[in-house]
Design a binder for this molecule. Structure first.
Ligand SMILES: C[S@@+](CC[C@H](N)C(=O)[O-])C[C@H]1O[C@@H](n2cnc3c(N)ncnc32)[C@H](O)[C@@H]1O
Length: 548
């Protein structure tokens, strides 16, 4: 996706100059730039940086921003392979090419100098990086996958790339060092121990300690243990995931985009240009002058306790946003558990956290005096998490999902995030699973599918009114609603045209929501399917009109 116009904003001919303040407006000459300023100044760099003790640096809108408006575009300070590798990825035989990150088979092609895996013999990487990697004794191409992985740890490459900015881009290096690293908070944590084992010791023992002997050929570089841990902390605190059109995930650090603070209901979203790896930050909805620019660092479908835990462990802060403070989470009840009453009396109330920002909060029923303690709730929740994850990992059938849903519905609010997950799976099984295709569903099953979709849509709308983070979820829901309405229209004797129009408006809404995800792999797949659905529905509506 191209974010910056190639044409002069004044006359439309190919541009050669760029506004140095916002780096977005383009001009063919200084005269056109001057003439355009009275108009351009109203949207040029519509934010400023601020700083306080709690947030550190953050960004604030300096004027009203419109939905989808690009707030800024920025080049990365550094981009490298995926930062967090899952267990299977740590021993997979397919790894990213050291030069272009295209997936390649371990042991097939190697860089002629450093012997690191490349996608083809012609693919070359940055020479200073190659010289440092050449200092390590690379495993032979015929070694087993484990040995090859131990030799070529691609997640450590991002740290090395950061370190080399000292030489290649001193200004970027300075900008990197200004980023928060949470070194003190990381000290002695599992995160730090893991980084020490996987990254710091590996880089030092394999390459950096050998720099001393090679220092005559290579430029001087700071690389002590403390600095390497600081870089790991900077990456951990600030990295952004870049998903390429191919599905390959990279990690990037950006000077300004990484300044954006977290909120569990963000007001901005970002897109990447796969070719240039530039990021464009856009307004999710209307943003007022003076509002902070916020993105989300965590999964907004999780309940408050889980989001808070994740943020504390990885980013070292407790979120105090409006959603976190509200026990009902904007009336969504995604953390709420059913009150089971006591031995003498059952209850229909819901258990909600008394102090949602505290890990040790008690839970209080909203209809009887029953209290639960944090440890009990955490234990019950983690059992359920394991059970839901296990079921969903195994591609369950609709009836298996229904069974677990029925069991959990005894304990959880119908909108609880585990229930949400199961229901979102279920709406994609009814109508698609073999034997449960739409024409095979009973009228009651169609009604149930529609009701589930509407419930899920309501939760998404409460948590993310501008579909900033939940665009894919919302799009799936809207498409399933449209399919169901179409099937009901096919079976009905009257009202067909109205139902088809309703289905059409849901698909058009899905199309709008999906605009934010045009470059992601899931977004592309859905976009293709959505276009097909719209085409088929148009034909049906025309046919309906022609016979009425
Ligand atoms: C990606 S950085 C943001 C930029 C950072 N404030 C700086 O000065 O470089 C993430 C860090 O900012 C702080 N932060 C971001 N959002 C916050 C929030 N909602 N509440 C408290 N601290 C927050 C935390 O220290 C977090 O680890």
């Amino acid at each position: 996706m191209k974010f910056i116009s190639e044409e002069c904003a004044g006359c439309g001919v190919p541009a050669t100059l760029t506004c140095t303040r916002c780096r977005m407006a383009r001009y063919c000459c200084v005269d056109h730039q001057k003439a355009h300023w009275s108009k351009h100044k109203r949207c040029c760099k519509p934010y400023r940086e601020e700083q306080d003790e709690i947030l550190g640096r953050y960004l604030v809108a300096t004027q009203e921003l419109q939905p989808k408006q690009i707030i800024f575009i920025e080049e990365p300070l550094v981009v490298g392979p995926k930062w967090y590798l899952t267990e299977p990825e740590q021993s997979a035989s397919i790894v990213p090419c050291v030069a272009c990150y295209t997936p390649c088979r371990l042991g097939k092609h190697q860089c002629r100098s450093c012997r690191w895996p490349v996608c083809s013999a012609a693919c070359e990487h940055e020479s200073l990086e190659c010289s440092v990697l050449s200092l390590g004794s690379a495993a032979a191409a015929k070694s087993d996958a484990r040995t090859l992985h131990d030799s070529f740890r691609h997640d450590a490459l991002l740290v090395l790339k950061c370190l080399l900015l000292q030489q290649s881009h001193p200004q970027r290096w300075q900008a990197l060092l200004e980023m928060q690293s949470h070194e003190k908070e990381r000290h002695g944590t599992e995160l730090q121990l893991e980084a020490d084992k996987r990254i710091v010791s590996y880089l030092q023992q394999r390459f950096l300690q050998r720099l001393k002997q090679a220092s005559k050929q290579l430029p001087p570089l700071q690389y002590d243990t403390e600095l390497l841990h600081r870089i790991c902390g900077i990456i951990e605190t600030n990295y952004m995931v870049i998903e390429l059109a191919t599905g390959v995930e990279l990690s990037g650090l950006f000077r300004q985009a990484c300044m954006m603070e977290h909120a569990c209901q963000p007001n901005c979203y970002f897109q990447f240009d796969s070719l240039t790896q530039r990021i464009a930050v856009r307004a999710g909805g209307n943003i007022k002058k003076g509002e902070h620019l916020k993105i989300s660092y965590t999964n907004i479908l999780w309940g408050t306790q889980m989001r808070q835990h994740h943020l504390r462990m990885t980013k070292h802060f407790g979120c105090c946003c409006q959603r976190c403070e509200d026990p009902t989470e904007f009336g969504s009840y995604v953390s709420a558990m059913r009150c089971l009453g006591d031995v003498s009396k059952s209850c229909v109330g819901m258990q909600l956290p008394v102090e949602p920002l505290s890990e040790k909060t008690q839970w209080q029923c909203n209809s009887c005096p029953m209290l639960l303690d944090a440890a009990y709730v955490t234990e019950v929740q983690s059992h359920m998490t394991a059970e839901v994850e296990r079921l969903l990992a195994g591609q369950p059938s609709a009836s298996q999902v229904e069974l677990l849903l029925a069991r959990l519905s005894q304990l959880l609010h119908p909108n609880h995030f585990h229930m949400f997950n199961l229901k979102h799976t279920l709406i994609q099984l009814y109508g698609h699973e073999s034997g449960l295709e739409l024409p095979m569903l009973s009228a009651a099953q169609l009604e149930r599918k529609l009701r589930l979709c509407e419930e899920l849509y309501d939760v998404c709308h409460r948590l993310d009114p501008h579909s900033i983070k939940l665009a894919i979820y919302v799009c799936v829901i809207l498409m399933e609603i449209a399919h169901t309405l179409q099937e009901q229209a096919r079976r009905s004797t009257g009202e067909t045209a109205t139902q088809l129009q309703l289905a059409n408006s849901r698909l058009l809404e899905a199309q709008e929501v999906l605009e934010k995800e045009t470059d992601s792999v899931a977004g592309k797949k859905l976009h293709y399917k959505l276009q097909q659905d719209l085409f088929e529905l148009d034909k049906l509506i025309l046919h309906c009109q022609s016979i009425s």
